[in-house]
Structure formats: structure tokens, C-alpha cells
Design a protein around this ligand. Structure first.
Ligand code: IPM
Length: 360
């Protein structure tokens, strides 16, 4: 298969972790006789530094021409400390999501057997957790009207949803539930928010179309607690933009490190794959960033094109690296000399020689 992949490494640790994912994709292309081409674009703080724009036109054009986009990370602490900054790195990512209409963000949360002891939660609580979060990504409070009064003393962000926006992601979530454990949980705040009540009505109306999926409804505050107390109860979680952002980051506690959580952002015509973690500015170029979230995002990219064996081989390599403690310091105090690049090299070697790769 020929794939034209746009690569947007972005800020902070983005370039380091993305380089490992690209390395792994190149190994897959060699092993399975595919032709993957990689076209790089600027985004975020690094794009602001070079062009003044967090999402330059050229980057949009590279992405529009691509079959898929591999995204690194975005953000820079210098902007976080300045609430008055008008141009922000995050506008690059939000702009891409909106421009390419990447409305469904899919975030798997898997408690890997090999590292159950890395979570601060009890093993018995998290063992066998396997959740797929469907987070709406192009609407809600992130994209509603924002206002600041002239005297700077009053601000508002509107949370708006339409029935169509809810339905299109809900169909994907129902279908995913159908192919898994057939359970869908809508997370909302329908006891307080009008937009949540719309979500509930729309999902309730859709239920008969998916009779073999058991649908339940949970308020977001309760879901935040249940995710920690009993994560195994969840199969597919469907939720709006901001709740999904918060809950998926919380869910990383189950997995043991946010450096392991990958995601796919899917639209009708485009698809982007990115780790859920941020730019982790203070770790930049220290070789301590975990590349696995980016590498697993590359596996999700391959899933998207039906390259199942290829994606499975990457996941096997990741499992093996976890089993052998070939991991960065977020997961591994004992072997903290194992760098970002070494983890990538190990998984690359595994792909080249799946039967031979060992600790040496
Ligand atoms: C994420 C991030 C982004 C978000 C930021 C960087 C804008 O936290 O992808 O989860 O809030 O969506």
C-alpha cells in the first residue's frame, strides 16, 4: 500500500517521540513491502517562532494532501504563564481539528498486564481494563463563542451542540461497542446542562438502531469516580469534548503512564493520529520522553487503513518492550538509562526480527 503521511512533530518532546513512530513505520513499510512517504509540517509554538502562525497555510495544505497525519505534541509553558497571549500554540491543534473536521477522537485505555504494578491503583482494581473513549472533538465549549468584557472582569465560553454533531460520533461509538463488549456509556451532566440533555435525548433515540448494544448513562462527576474505583465496568465511553479531555487524562492513571496513551482523530475525509500527552517542555531533548504513545498512535494509523497484521506487530513489539522493561523512566526507575531512542530502536528491531529480539 502507498501512504502519504503528513508528520507534524510540534513542540517540546513532540519531535523526539514522533521520530520513533516514524522509524517504526519505516520498519513496517520495509517488512511488509509498503511505500510510506513522510512530509513534514510546522505546528504550534515552533510554527509561531518561525512564521508567527501556529497553523501555517503550508501545514494545512500538507495535511489536506496526505492520507493520514501523525501529530506529535503541542504547547509551551511560556504561553501558559501568560493569560493575555493572543496567539497560542494550542490554536494550531484546535485549528487542525476544526479545519479537517476531525470530529471523533478515539482513545483506548488498556491496563497492560506487564506493568499493572506501575499504576498507583490496586492491581485487582485495574486488571483487564480495556476501555475505548469516544470524545467529540470539534464542538462544545472548546469552539463555542468566547467573550471577555471590556473591563476584563467578566468572561464566558459557550457550550453548544447540534443533533447532527452528536449523531455522527454516536454512530461510530455504537458501532465500536457492537464489535466489542456491546456496552456504551454516555457520560454527560444532564442534571445541569441543556447541551447534555440534548446528548441524552439523541442517544436514547438512537438506541433502537443498535439493539444488541446495552446503553447506560452516567453523570461526569460519577464517571470520574467510577473510572478509578471500577474501570472494568466500562467498554465504550461516549462523551463531549471537554469531559473527554479530562476523563481520558484521568484514565492514564489506570494505565500507569500518560506516555502510553495513543489516539486517533477521525473525520469524513481526514484522519490524524496523536499521543494524548502534551509537549512536556521541561523534558525536551533529555531522552526521557516515552515514545510508546506515539508508536501506538502509528499502530492506530495502520488500523485505519486495515493493515491489521502490521498494527499487531507494532503492538507485539510494545508489549515485549514493556515485558523486558525496555522503558523510559516514567515506567522504570531501575533502568533509567533507557532513552526515548532506545525504546524506538528496540521496537524497530522487533519488527525487523520478531523472533529474535531480546534485551541485548
Ligand atoms: C488533548 C490536549 C488538547 C485538548 C490541548 C493541547 C488543546 O489536552 O489533546 O487532550 O485539550 O484537546
Amino acid at each position: 500500500m502507498k501512504l502519504n503521511i503528513a508528520v507534524l512533530p510540534g513542540d517540546g518532546i513532540g519531535p523526539e517521540v514522533t521520530a520513533q513512530a516514524v522509524k517504526v513505520l519505516k520498519a513496517i513499510a520495509m517488512e511488509f513491502n509498503h511505500i510510506f512517504t513522510f512530509n513534514y509540517g510546522l505546528v504550534g509554538a515552533s510554527a509561531i517562532e518561525k512564521t508567527g502562525n501556529p497553523l501555517p497555510e503550508e501545514t494545512i495544505s500538507i495535511c489536506k494532501k496526505a492520507d493520514a497525519i501523525l501529530f506529535g505534541a503541542i504547547g509551551n509553558t511560556s504561553y501558559d504563564l501568560n493569560p493575555d497571549a493572543k496567539i497560542r500554540p494550542e490554536q494550531g491543534l484546535l485549528g487542525l481539528r476544526k479545519t479537517l473536521d476531525l470530529f471523533a477522537n478515539i482513545r483506548p485505555v488498556i491496563a497492560y498486564e506487564e506493568i499493572l504494578n506501575k499504576s498507583s491503583l490496586k492491581k485487582s482494581q485495574i486488571k483487564d481494563t480495556n476501555i475505548l473513549i469516544y470524545r467529540e472533538l470539534t464542538s462544545g465549549i472548546y469552539f463555542g463563542e468566547k467573550k471577555l468584557s471590556d473591563d476584563g472582569k467578566k468572561a464566558s465560553d459557550i457550550c453548544e451542540y447540534t443533533q447532527d454533531e452528536i449523531e455522527r460520533i454516536a454512530h461510530l461509538a455504537f458501532k465500536a461497542a457492537h464489535s466489542r463488549k456491546r456496552k456504551l456509556t454516555l457520560v454527560d451532566k444532564a442534571n445541569v446542562l441543556e447541551s447534555s440533555r440534548l446528548w441524552r435525548r439523541v442517544i436514547q433515540k438512537m438506541e433502537p438502531q443498535y439493539p444488541d448494544v446495552k446503553t447506560n448513562y452516567m453523570y461526569v462527576d460519577k464517571a470520574a469516580m467510577e473510572l478509578i474505583i471500577n474501570p472494568k465496568q466500562f467498554d465504550v465511553i461516549l462523551t463531549e469534548n471537554m469531559f473527554g479531555d479530562i476523563l481520558s487524562e484521568e484514565a492514564s492513571v489506570i494505565v500507569g503512564s500518560i506516555g502510553l496513551l495513543a489516539s486517533a482523530s477521525i473525520g469524513k475525509n481526514h484522519a490524524m493520529f496523536e499521543p494524548i500527552h502534551g509537549a512536556y517542555t521541561r523534558a525536551t531533548n533529555k531522552g526521557i520522553a516515552n515514545p510508546i504513545a506515539s508508536i501506538l498512535s502509528a499502530a492506530m494509523l495502520l488500523d485505519h487503513f486495515g493493515l491489521d497484521d502490521e498494527a499487531a506487530l507494532i503492538r507485539e513489539g510494545v508489549d515485549k518492550s514493556l515485558k523486558l522493561h525496555i522503558t523510559t523512566p516514567d515506567l522504570n526507575n531501575k533502568y533509567d538509562n533507557i532513552s526515548t531512542t532506545k525504546v524506538g530502536d528496540f521496537i524497530e528491531d522487533f519488527i525487523n526480527h520478531p523472533d529474535e529480539t531480546n534485551l541485548n
